[in-house]
Design a protein around this ligand. Structure first.
Ligand code: NDP
Ligand code: GDR
Length: 357
């Protein structure tokens, strides 16, 4: 049997780790691209990696960087994949305000480099391409809920860069007849979520507070609303997008939105703490109803120069054409993340707070 070959950029990230597992389970040969780092950056996929000196494997790793064109060309040429999932990105919205030029290089020109590599190598007919587009494209949302036809209004260097990647993908599809799709994915989380995104920051802090390793959780905008789903459900949608007869763009979302404040309340309730809010604006605090302890405070450092206030996706098109629907509820997601962090934080040698981002 000849296996299908998939190349995944960003394989060391949350989605890359979920997708690599899914495709290996489906019998693919998976080629992951990771960047060189001075410390280990493969924690999420270590269990998939088999030492080829000792046994056979369907999972291979390659060094690469989205800012390096010749490297992209070499990788596509060497691997000759059937499918490319471009998940690599500087994916932190707040960090993109600090490093806008790098973010544009990796997140805007990066996908263009990959698309150009496919074209220059004459592989436009044999490779299917997935671009990790985002609900951040909707930014200052022009309608609620957001669909594939909602006008874009990005609000950060990250969103602006991803807009370029979105249109580059559409353009290569139209100009060269490539099978290229954008997955416009709303926030998706889980136990492997990066520690500085708000959901994971909250679930780690709740677990650390429960184990008496931390006193207070400092957050920014509590009123931001997001359509939060589980990453494991969303990678199935990515795969389905590349298995259709005609390439199209799809929104993946749950169709439910919750505020950061609600996420905090729900996460603390997992360890039997009820939170009450007092004060306003930057003075607002989250109090443990039973003990009176201040568990949540606002640090304006976490406010963004321009914020995305409300995201709510309508995944009807994905449901109708891909047969995709999220399986994990908001409550199940929060519970899964807190339970995982309660175990993990206990075994961390030094508990590190997310003080920088
Ligand atoms: P992560 O931040 O967890 O992972 C990003 C991956 O990209 C990591 O493997 C990272 O490597 C890699 N990377 C970053 N910069 C470069 C570069 N210059 N060259 C090569 N690799 C690079 O993100 P997620 O897994 O959460 O998201 C995957 C993709 O989906 C991203 O493009 C993100 O923007 C997009 N997205 C995510 C959503 C979400 O809610 N999670 C929603 C919508 C879109 P390293 O491990 O070394 O840092
Ligand atoms: P987001 O995710 O910007 O939606 O991008 P993030 O979890 O960083 O922020 C969500 C909302 O929470 C507010 N917030 C805080 N955010 C962080 N990180 N830290 C805080 O302390 C904090 N306090 C409040 C933010 O202001 C924001 O409104 C994610 C990324 O995965 C992107 O790559 C992806 O494209 C989008 O989701 C969809």
């Amino acid at each position: 049997m000849t296996r299908k070959k998939a190349m995944i950029t960003g394989v060391t990230g949350q989605d890359g780790a979920h997708l690599a597992r899914l495709l290996l389970d489906k019998g693919y040969e998976v080629h992951g691209v990771k960047r060189r780092s001075s410390s280990f950056n493969t924690e999420r996929i270590d269990e998939l990696y088999v030492d080829t000196h000792e046994s056979e494997t369907c999972f291979f790793m390659h060094f690469g960087d989205m800012t390096d064109s010749t490297n992209m060309i070499r990788l596509v040429q060497t691997i000759q994949p059937d499918e490319i999932y471009n998940l690599a990105a500087q994916s932190h919205v707040a960090v993109s305000f600090e490093t806008p030029e790098y973010t544009a290089n990796a997140d805007a020109i990066g996908p263009l480099r990959l698309l150009e590599a496919i074209r220059l190598l004459g592989l436009t007919e044999s490779i299917r391409f997935y671009q990790a587009s985002t609900s951040e494209l909707f930014g200052k949302a022009q309608e609620v809920p957001q669909t594939e036809t909602t006008p874009f209004y990005p609000r950060s260097p990250y969103g602006v860069s991803k807009l370029f990647g979105y249109w580059a993908t559409v353009n290569y599809r139209e100009a060269y007849g490539m099978y290229a799709c954008n997955g416009i994915l709303f926030n998706h989380e889980g136990p492997m979520r990066g520690e500085t995104f708000v959901t994971r920051k909250i679930t780690r802090a709740v677990s650390a507070i429960h184990h008496r390793l931390q006193k207070t959780l400092y957050l920014g905008n509590l009123d931001a609303q997001r359509d939060w789903g589980y990453a494991g459900d969303y990678v199935e949608g990515m795969y389905l997008m590349l298995q259709q007869e005609v390439p199209e763009d799809f929104v993946l979302a749950t169709g439910e939105t919750h505020s950061v404040r609600e996420f905090v309340e729900r996460a603390f309730s997992e360890v039997d703490i009820e939170i009450a809010w007092r004060g306003q604006g930057v003075e607002e605090e989250g109090i443990n109803v039973k003990t009176g302890d201040v568990l949540v405070k606002i640090d304006p450092h976490y406010f963004r120069p321009t914020e995305v206030d409300l995201l709510l996706g309508d995944p009807s098109k994905a449901r109708e054409k891909l047969g995709w629907k999220h399986k994990t509820s908001f409550e199940e997601l929060v519970s899964m993340m807190v339970q995982s962090d309660l175990k993990q934080i206990k075994v961390e040698e030094t508990y590190r707070k997310n003080i920088f981002t």
